[in-house]
Design a protein around this ligand. Structure first.
Ligand code: AMP
Ligand code: ZN
Length: 464
């Protein structure tokens, strides 16, 4: 595979440090609210990456942290009078539900910051021993000036970093604007833990260094996140990890461009802020959102609009229609269709090649949709023998191991709907077409589409 490495700013051949095994760290959610669809743009892309690596034969060990101690969480606790657990537990649960809804494969580890205080404290101890920290009013800071390699990932001149206003939003006193807190001294009413540096809590950047070290070792292959993570978060992770171990931290850094909504940054004040749950409440199909989020190359900005979601929904419908047609149109036809079989092999190879080319998703989806179209054509001509179907099914299954779009959710037809379909069939038999149409309209308003064929009435659930 070839991937773009933010560190070198070029496309590189991907070679994991340990042959055949990819160790990958993904910055996870801060659990004080529901994740928004922008966050899921990053998580869905990271899922694509993980699944594409597996398609290319790698074993993957992925770690995603759960940030359950952080300024925004503390604000929420204070505003709503909640304990740390009360403030975070519902959103941790919601996060995992949302991952399942979007068919995001589970990582191997989801460590929580509050379960790894000891590892974080040990890491700070190493940095302190190496003279990379200083104390100021009960908090401990990382001294950037003592770490020469600072700024390599974000390629920022020191000058630019110094003039940046958003370096760190906390109000603690620092020697240098670039410095960041490793350990924040306790403040009244805030959760805190004992440490050799005094009672306090860890800085946000620290947890990713400590937990990646714990689960993936001193040096590992891949580290991902959205572009906003590059600076200062990932730059600070490098400083902490390499500062403590003296070894190269991460071989390849990959970052996803942001999701915009109606071409603007998402924000609550603009009213263009959506969680996954907002879209589900409006009746949208989660697979359509997954397709929309996947379909733009990860290094290009994606724009979410309801028109684009409708477009993805109809593309998904093309896949579902084919699946339904293949289920309906079972055959025992013998013989072979070599032209079709060759086509299947070519598109399967194109799919895999595209993903290996820095996750070229347009190329991969192009192969899928060409195969969908050609299968319809073959079915129209009754030229799809059993052997070709089996070959096609295997190819689609392999593709869907990456896309996770084909499998339709279990549709439970409630008895009432089934009874309506029977009544409509009877009305048609007795030529009461007005009644038959009324029932069809009623079903349609409930999202059930009917299609009459010589073999009887087929129904399907409308997407979105
Ligand atoms: P946060 O909870 O803010 O730390 O974000 C979790 C993940 O979502 C990080 O990888 C961010 O880079 C990513 N992210 C945040 N906003 C967006 C967005 N609008 N589009 C894509 N990714 C985002
Ligand atoms: Zn992180």
């Amino acid at each position: 595979m070839r991937i773009y490495n933010t560190l070198s700013r070029r496309i590189e051949e991907f070679e994991p440090l340990e042959p055949g095994h990819v160790r990958m760290y993904t910055c996870g959610p801060t659990v004080y609210d529901y994740a928004h669809i922008g966050n899921f743009r990053s998580y869905v892309w990271e899922d694509l990456l993980r699944r594409a690596l597996k398609l290319h034969g790698y074993r993957v060990t992925q770690v995603m942290n759960i940030t359950d101690i952080e300024d925004k969480i503390i604000n929420k606790m204070a505003e709503e009078g909640l304990t740390l657990d009360e403030a975070t537990a519902p959103f941790i649960e919601a996060f995992f539900e949302d991952l399942d809804t979007l068919r995001i494969e589970r990582a191997e580890h989801y460590p929580r910051a509050t379960d790894h205080l000891q590892e974080m404290i040990e890491l700070i101890g190493k940095l302190r021993d190496r003279g990379l920290t200083y104390d100021s009013k009960g908090s401990l800071y990382f001294r950037i000036a003592a770490f020469e390699a600072y700024g390599r990932l974000s390629n920022l001149e020191n000058r630019q970093i110094l003039s940046g206003v958003s370096v760190d939003s906390d109000e603690y006193e620092k020697d240098d604007a670039r410095d960041f807190a490793l350990w924040k001294g306790v403040r009244p009413g805030e959760p805190s833990w004992p440490s050799p540096f005094g009672e306090g809590r860890p800085g946000w950047h620290l947890e990713c260094s400590a937990m990646s070290l714990e689960y993936l070792g001193e040096s590992f292959d891949l580290h991902t996140g959205g572009v906003d993570n590059i600076f200062p978060h990932h730059e600070n992770e490098i400083a902490q990890s390499e500062g403590a171990t003296g070894k190269p931290f991460v071989k390849y850094w990959m970052h996803a461009a942001h999701l915009l909504v109606d071409n603007e940054k998402m924000s609550k004040s603009k009213g263009n802020f959506y969680t996954l749950r907002d879209l589900l409440e409006r009746g949208h199909e989660p697979r359509a959102l997954r397709l929309l989020l996947l379909a733009t190359h990860y290094r290009s900005q994606t724009n979410f609009t309801f028109d684009a979601l409708a477009q993805s929904t109809s593309e998904l419908q093309r896949i579902d229609d084919l699946t339904a047609r293949l289920e309906r149109d079972q055959t025992t036809q013998a013989g072979s269709n070599e032209t079709f079989d060759t086509k299947v092999d070519e598109e399967a190879a194109e799919f895999e090649r595209s993903l290996g080319d820095d996750l070229n998703i347009s190329g991969a989806l192009g192969a899928v949709f060409r195969l969908v179209r050609d299968t319809h054509v073959a079915l129209d001509k009754h030229e799809l023998p059993k052997s070709s179907r089996e070959k096609l099914a295997a190819a689609f299954a392999r593709m869907d191991g990456v896309l996770a779009l084909f499998e339709r959710p279990e549709v439970v037809l409630d008895e009432e709907i089934e009874a309506l379909i029977v009544r409509r069939t009877e009305a048609r038999k007795s030529r009461d077409f007005a009644e038959a149409d009324r029932i069809r309209d009623e079903l349609e308003s409930r999202g059930i589409l009917l299609e009459d064929s010589p073999d009887g009435t087929i129904w399907k659930r409308r997407l979105g």
